[in-house]
Ligand binder design. Structure first.
Ligand code: PLP
Length: 405
């Protein structure tokens, strides 16, 4: 009997954060073993609670959530997003230019689907959050990567971005604060990237889902404010800052001169309408999330769990003979690497496999983030501090064995 063949179009599409290593970890768990999982930025899995007032907002609106809603999102949610974006200095925002989706994930796909013709190119960071590459490929585009190297504090070089621009380039994607590196981009750097976008008429797509998760006073600069009248889509959501991944709520706002983006806006609206609407129930949490005092600062300030987790990572790396790291300025990840002088032969994927098999720890190797020849490992800052200490002990044991072989 002939088998059902999946689309050949998927051949290049990857999402290793939930890929082969994760399946292997699940098999080990099914066999009764314990695996420490640091692969997914999922606060709810590590004991971080969604703020009570968001839960209450949803509970009190259950009856109002039984019908389809507006394809772009509840008015209450979009008005709160408009208020947030205007307060940040975004240009030309109104409720018609805001879209609420089932997580930023859905909107990343939508934003590219509304933009790309087959063969169009999108400038993406390497490393990237791999959905950006996957969504580019799924929408018949071609990723072109600009590097965010550790030697440059994981910041992009605007000259390199400009050198990649060709006749088919349509957009520049930024992830700020960055997953996987934790880099937070200074305003002067964003100004130079906006200038590149202006010179070449490119749409700016800025994934700001970690916008309020910042350490040691690192300032966050929303791209829309820097872009002014230049077309820019900014993405935010409930998953990380508000610790509500399971609610599946994200948003995007289209800023800049509305005359230049009227057709693109209409294309987004059509795609939003085709999927009817985002989960209505969870959208009731958006207004309280954005208009009431944010609670994430308690976790990132000294004594907070994320602050302390980051400190543990930095202290352990500083003490390790094998590892180095650029201190993350934001987000919920660290992206250390194994030093070439300590272990000249090192393959991050082979290491991640060994760490899982020999020590029961699941990390994502740097190559999973579209980073060639990576010596990096990404792990989340979400586990309890004691568990992070244990993870480092296990990493050091495997690296020690590799060094001795
Ligand atoms: N963008 C980045 C940079 C992320 O790290 C993630 C999730 O980890 C997402 C988007 C997807 O978020 P959501 O839960 O809103 O779909």
């Amino acid at each position: 009997m002939s088998s059902i063949e999946p689309s050949a179009h998927l051949a290049e599409v990857r999402y290793e954060i939930r890929g082969a290593l994760t399946r292997r970890a699940r098999e080990r768990e099914a066999a009764g073993e314990t695996v420490i999982k640091l692969n997914i930025g999922n606060p709810g899995r590590y004991g971080f609670a969604t703020p009570a007032h968001l839960r209450e907002a949803i509970a009190s609106h259950l009856v109002d959530s039984e019908a389809y809603g507006h394809e772009q999102g509840l008015d209450e949610a979009r008005e709160a997003i408009v208020a947030q974006q205007r307060a940040r200095g975004a240009h030309g925002i109104d409720v018609e230019r805001v879209f609420v989706g089932n997580g930023v994930s859905e909107l990343i796909d939508l934003s590219l689907r509304a933009l790309l013709q087959p063969g169009d190119e999108v400038l993406l960071p390497s490393p990237d959050y791999p959905l950006w590459s996957a969504a580019t490929l799924l929408n018949h585009g071609q990723p072109r990567y600009y590097r965010c190297l550790a030697q440059n504090a994981h910041l992009p070089d605007p000259d390199e971005i400009e050198a990649l621009v060709g006749p088919r380039t349509r957009a520049i994607v930024l992830i700020n604060p960055n997953n996987p590196t934790g880099a937070v981009y200074p305003k002067a750097l964003l100004e130079r990237i906006v200038a590149v976008a202006r010179r070449h008429g490119l749409l700016l797509l800025c994934d700001e889902i970690y916008d309020e998760i910042l350490y040691d006073g690192t300032p966050f600069q929303p791209l829309a404010a820097v872009a002014g009248d230049h077309p820019c889509v900014s993405f935010g959501g409930l998953s990380k800052v508000h610790r509500a991944c399971g609610y599946r709520v994200g948003w995007m706002s289209l800023s800049g001169d509305p005359r230049r983006t009227a057709d693109y806006r209409d294309a987004l609206q059509l795609l939003a309408a085709l999927r009817l609407c985002a989960n209505v129930t969870a959208q009731w949490a958006v207004r309280p999330a954005l208009l009431d005092a944010p609670t994430i600062g308690e976790l990132t300030a000294p004594g907070g769990r994320l602050h302390d987790a980051r400190r543990i990572v930095l202290d352990h790396v500083a003490a390790s003979p094998y590892l180095d790291v650029v201190a993350p300025g934001g987000a919920i990840y660290a992206f250390p690497w194994v030093r070439a002088d300590a272990l000249p032969q090192f393959d991050d994927t082979a290491f991640a496999l060994r760490l899982l098999d020999e020590e029961g720890v699941l990390l994502v190797p740097g190559t999973s983030f579209n980073l060639a020849a990576s010596r990096h490992l990404r792990f989340t800052l979400l586990p309890e501090p004691a568990q992070l200490v244990e993870v480092f002990a296990r990493i050091d044991r495997v690296l020690g064995r590799m060094a001795a072989e």
